[in-house]
Write a protein that binds this ligand. Sequence first.
Ligand SMILES: Nc1ncnc2c1ncn2[C@@H]1O[C@H](COP(=O)(O)OP(=O)(O)O)[C@@H](O)[C@H]1O
Ligand SMILES: [Mg+2]
Length: 233
Amino acid sequence: MENGTIIRTTDLVKIYPMGEQSITALQDVNLTFGRGEFAGLVGPSGSGKTTLLNILGSLDAPTRGSAEVLGLRVEALPHKKAAELRNRHIGFIFQTFNLLPVYTVFENVEFPLLLLGMATAARRKAVMDALEWVHLADRAKSRPNQLSGGQSQRVAIARAVVKKPELVLADEPTANLDAENSHHILHTMENINRELRTTFLFSTHDDKVIGHLRRKITLVDGRVAKDEPGAGR
Ligand SMILES: Nc1ncnc2c1ncn2[C@@H]1O[C@H](COP(=O)(O)OP(=O)(O)O)[C@@H](O)[C@H]1O
Ligand SMILES: [Mg+2]
């Protein structure tokens, strides 16, 4: 891939077998993303947004075609290499936050660093820095059930960016948030995008998110129907 390209899909197809029938979730998707983009996949429910994010995150495999992420062909990666790509280079943010309820905020954010084998002092600093970015340093000792939805998603953002990944994949990150919390987490992610040059790729059908995107890709029935500049700055 040429310099600055972080993702490239080539004729990507995903078909889910469903008994006698099958569902085509992605059809010949050809997309390229450069480092530092703040881009989103939009489109109605069932248009293939989550499927595409999951393939890029090496959580799912395409049926045909290829997806290169950070110079690696994800469809050809052995399990161990795929895990390394996810653990080291990609942060995930999900619609339902996916925090571990028995752990504190600090421990939830620390978790990805344990997978990387980072030393204790460095880990502590990285976790507290990440909690500062999302303005939750004072909640380090809280547990997820003591947080609001907006706070929970900010913890999930801290967990996604604590290892300073090149790429963050965020699947409908505001779906469970009210307007004020949605704006807050969008500003947080924009700041991280600017300061760390982290590439963000969203899936969303939330107008509040769409207004912040610098590039908007519309999927319809698993195809790229439109790829245009967004209103974000
Ligand atoms: N694991 C699966 N098994 C079968 N069909 C699936 C699976 N995941 C998604 N699909 C189907 O693939 C299509 C695209 O789904 P999805 O990527 O979740 O869309 P979106 O995120 O845009 O709502 C839908 O028709 C959905 O029902
Ligand atoms: Mg989805």
